[in-house]
Design a binder for this molecule. Structure first.
Ligand SMILES: [Zn+2]
Length: 97
């Protein structure tokens, strides 16, 4: 998700999901060189746009991996979201999802 706000003299603010150098999710906020003017009655809209982008950044990481080692499938992040969970005795098979 990317949130945009364009002001009265055509300057642009862009908020997008990103990651830092450690791979942690972040929100990147960029503006054109002159910055942007935000009318006071649109501040809440801007904050909501940043918040929505942050939520999207937090959930857009790499897909979960199987824990393997024959752990209970309920304790494996990949097994727990799999549309085809492992058969009884419900142990994580390991490997890639
Ligand atoms: Zn698993």
């Amino acid at each position: 998700m990317t949130y945009h706000h364009r002001d009265h003299d055509n300057d642009l603010l862009t908020v997008s999901a990103n990651t830092d150098s450690d791979g942690q999710p972040t929100v990147l906020i960029a503006t054109t060189r002159d910055g942007i003017d935000i009318p006071l009655d649109r501040i809440e809209e801007l904050v909501a746009g940043i918040r929505d982008t942050a939520r999207q950044a937090a959930t857009s990481g790499p897909p979960p991996e199987h824990v393997g080692r024959r752990v209970n499938a309920e304790d494996c992040p990949a097994c727990s979201i799999s549309p085809t969970p492992p058969p009884y005795p419900f142990l994580c098979p390991g490997g890639t999802p």
